[in-house]
Design a protein around this ligand. Sequence first.
Ligand code: SF4
Length: 281
Amino acid sequence: MTEPQSVEQTPLEAKSPFELRVNLGKNVPESDVRTALATGDMGFLHSFTTGSTVDGPGVRVVAWTTGCMWRCVYCHNPDTWTMSNGIPVTVAQAAEELRKYRHGLQIMSGGFTLSGGEPLMQHRFAAKIFAAARAMGIHTALDTNGYYGDRLTDDELETISVVLLDIKTWDPERHKRLTGMDNGPTLEFARRLAARRRPVWLRYVLVPGLTDDPDDIKQIAKFVAGLGNVERVDVLPFHQMGRFKWKQLGLKYALDDGEPPSAELVSQAVGIYRAEGLKAY
Ligand code: SF4
């Protein structure tokens, strides 16, 4: 196991979310964690990263939350599953961090993205940090698996400029095998976002042998094309940058020998989305 870092030693800013971080919030009393979750005045963050160009439009500052209710077999960041692995951060601290980048983000047509883990595990904190970002005139994006989408009110949805929605697979049985959970709530959230005309970018992780069934991808493509609010689709090739985390956390990793998809497989998946009239990359 990796030696736990202390909060004092660990800066909030990281070079990338692929830094392994564990136990940073372990000294926060359970009652404080409960209060933080209920009020949203404090959240748990794996890190802040800057300069991302793949987590929403333009150049982004990304806050990576800890805590996830899913257990995707190909997860890149299993250290974000446990909330207490994150650094406790108040909304005021997080907003202050964002304030530093406000002008640069506006110049670069970028913004702030809340990713994870699953940010809506901390939905009160998410709502507050989005409200603070929007009050500073910063474009906002939520990267979510959508499972807890119903935790956000309609007004809170209005503070999110774009939702980066991860749909993992269409077939319910396969979804359960790959993530441990049902995809019904995710699809329901997608329908709600469409009904409210909130912009969505679909994110689809392409894993050879697991999520490359053309018929399954076609079902997702048909569904999202019918929604009318999905502005683009990003097919994200599976990679092995998170493999070391599984090992260091002592977790059994089913994809030890997994290969990234070939360029041909990626272009086939992109083609399926495009055939439904979607802008896919
Ligand atoms: S939803 Fe995301 S963070 Fe959660 S297990 Fe799946 S890939 Fe990992």
